[in-house]
Design a protein around this ligand. Structure first.
Ligand code: HEC
Ligand code: HEC
Ligand code: HEC
Length: 402
């Protein structure tokens, strides 16, 4: 009995110790030195900053259907971890980052340590080069409409104990000051591809299971083998989906893909088999051909491994069928995912009412040309003009509420 009592006592001590440790790690102030990184202002740097901002930061910082970076709820984080909201990073001096020093923004991007020295649950871009960090800050400071001041205060994130434990024990808090980082020379090389896929676009985060940092995931035998779970509830749907295997595995991965197919899936969100890639897979419309070739070369060289076993049956992926009528296309192309009865953007279809169907058809094929930065995918490669026109007329006949 005495032994058991001691054991229980030890366990209680252990749990109390762990809780204390986690709360301490997350609550404490980190005095990580401010990196010596200031905004870049050359046109090339701004173009680079725009590409990085729209491929990564906008996914979290612009609310659904908005382009302004006023902060948004983060729906991908499981509710057990708490509620998370990204910050208002517009240039508003009070609600936004107008008063933040460039160096403080750089520290936030690299370490996820905010201006008060507190660790936040934003991915730390610890491997991003000084030059790329400077480019993003330059873009944020360039008077673009995305950063026009918004006085709306973003609600703070409220991590539950689970979320704090993930930060403290699993993802890890990056507080080791890093030396300045230089990217490998830009070119279609494995080295540059690794820099992009790990240090910049963090493909590792979603395409490898678990909540670890990119560094731990790089050592995971399931690196890029997919299986990370996403609850479709976050997007108004039902059931689960899993990130796919993007190792060179012949049947489960992208072993048989060619560069052109890889490019189409990243920039247009369509796979060689005609599947439409849903959120949260970002649409990398801004990537250039060298970046795509480099990441392709890198991914083709990682070990080919099988996809891990997943907990639930995945809901079927939406697939395009050229011969289908508008109603079928609306669901097979994934329009219903955003605009259907439970979709996040149901109300936006109303904007098409009263317009010329030809104009709506043009929007459907190339929304980006009307509204840069829109979250609606580009369908130009999936729909010809006639199909787009049929869809436009069908949406209008349904009064915008199919
Ligand atoms: C996965 C979602 C996510 C991504 C991607 C992301 N952020 Fe954040 N960001 C957050 C969260 C969460 C916070 C912290 C909010 C809080 O304090 O509760 C934050 C905070 C910030 C802050 C601090 C603002 C302040 O007032 O202290 C800055 C600056 C920032 N992000 C910039 C960026 C930039 C630049 C990028 C792209 C390189 C980026 N973020 C990518 C989620 C994200
Ligand atoms: C925020 C999470 C996230 C990030 C970051 C991400 N992906 Fe994905 N990716 C997904 C999900 C989820 C899917 C599956 C979508 C679906 O089934 O509709 C996917 C699908 C894919 C596919 C299609 C594979 C197939 O077999 O159909 C490829 C290729 C891909 N991603 C490559 C990348 C690359 C390269 C990067 C980095 C540049 C990246 N992804 C970053 C979540 C992500
Ligand atoms: C990932 C989400 C998403 C998907 C998928 C999507 N849309 Fe949209 N759609 C939007 C958003 C967001 C808007 C509003 C534009 C904005 O504010 O950025 C929009 C706007 C529209 C509009 C109004 C255009 C106007 O004239 O203002 C039409 C019509 C439309 N979508 C049709 C479609 C069709 C048809 C499909 C499938 C082929 C589709 N959408 C797929 C997100 C999506």
């Amino acid at each position: 009995m005495k032994g058991l009592g001691a054991l229980v006592g030890l366990i209680i001590l252990g749990v109390v110790g762990l809780v204390g440790y986690v709360n301490h790690k997350v609550g404490k102030t980190y005095d990580v030195p401010l990196p010596n990184i200031q905004r870049a202002t050359s046109p090339e740097a701004l173009a680079r900053g725009e590409m990085i901002y729209h491929s990564i930061c906008a996914e979290c910082h612009a609310p659904a259907g908005e382009t302004q970076a006023m902060g948004a709820p983060l729906l991908d984080y499981p509710p057990e971890l708490g509620t998370f909201h990204s910050a208002n990073i517009t240039s508003d001096p009070v609600a936004g980052v107008g008063n933040m020093k460039d160096e403080e923004i750089a520290r936030m991007i690299i370490y996820s340590i905010n201006r008060e020295g507190k660790a936040r649950l934003m991915p730390a871009f610890y491997g991003m080069s000084d030059e790329d960090v400077a480019a993003v800050i330059g873009y944020m400071r360039s008077d673009r409409p995305e950063f026009a001041p918004s006085p709306k205060k973003a609600p703070p994130s409220e991590p539950a104990f689970g979320g704090k434990a993930v930060m403290a024990l699993v993802a890890g808090i990056r507080s080791e000051p890093r030396a300045s980082v230089k990217a490998p020379p830009k070119g279609p090389s494995v080295e540059y591809g690794k820099y992009l896929a790990v240090g910049v676009y963090d493909c590792v985060m979603c395409h490898t299971v678990g909540f670890g940092s990119s560094d731990t995931k790089l050592k995971d035998p399931g690196l890029f083998a997919g299986g990370f779970e996403f609850d479709l509830k976050a997007y108004g749907g039902q059931g689960f989906m899993y990130s796919p295997n993007i190792t060179p595995h012949e049947t489960q991965g992208i072993g048989k893909w060619n560069l052109e197919q890889f490019k189409l899936s990243l920039t247009q969100g369509v796979t060689p088999d005609g599947y439409i890639l849903r959120k949260p897979m970002p649409r990398y419309r801004y990537l250039d051909d060298v970046e795509i070739a480099a990441m392709f070369a890198y991914l083709k060289g990682v070990p080919a491994v099988a996809t891990p076993k997943v907990a639930h049956e995945a809901v079927p992926r939406p697939k395009a069928d050229k011969a289908a009528d508008p109603e079928k296309l609306f669901s097979s192309l994934g329009c219903s995912y955003c605009h259907g009865p439970n979709g996040q953007f149901r109300d936006r279809l109303k904007q098409a009412m009263g317009k010329q169907p030809e104009d709506v058809a043009k929007w459907i094929r190339n929304p980006e040309s009307f509204k840069p930065g829109t979250q609606m995918p580009t369908f130009a490669t999936l729909l010809d003009e006639t199909q787009a026109l049929d869809l436009a007329k069908w949406v209008q006949a349904k009064n915008g509420t199919p």
